[in-house]
Ligand binder design. Sequence first.
Ligand SMILES: [Zn+2]
Length: 114
Amino acid sequence: MSELPIDDSGTRAELEAKATELRTQIADLTRPPEGGATIGFGKRIGEGTTQAIQQMADASTAQTLAEVLDQVERALTKMDSGTYGLCDECGTPIGDARLEFRPWSVRCVDHADG
Ligand SMILES: [Zn+2]
């Protein structure tokens, strides 16, 4: 029996599902508020401020999700080029435990920026 490369078909499906999920979440968060479709808590003092804070929080969340999406897409690219599981910075294996926790990891624990 010959040595098989790591079967990454399951991981690829997982990454693609994650990318789709992230794109949906980002689209939801960055969708401009529609007139009449805002959540109605009734008119009260500070409502505009609350809404502005919520929009800032949404933008911040969208930014974080976009960064993860970048990594997911990078991981998929690495899968295509055969470097999946290797650190982008130093080329050493990222490690199974880390990849199991975050299959889209593209850097080893030493070079992780988050
Ligand atoms: Zn590294």
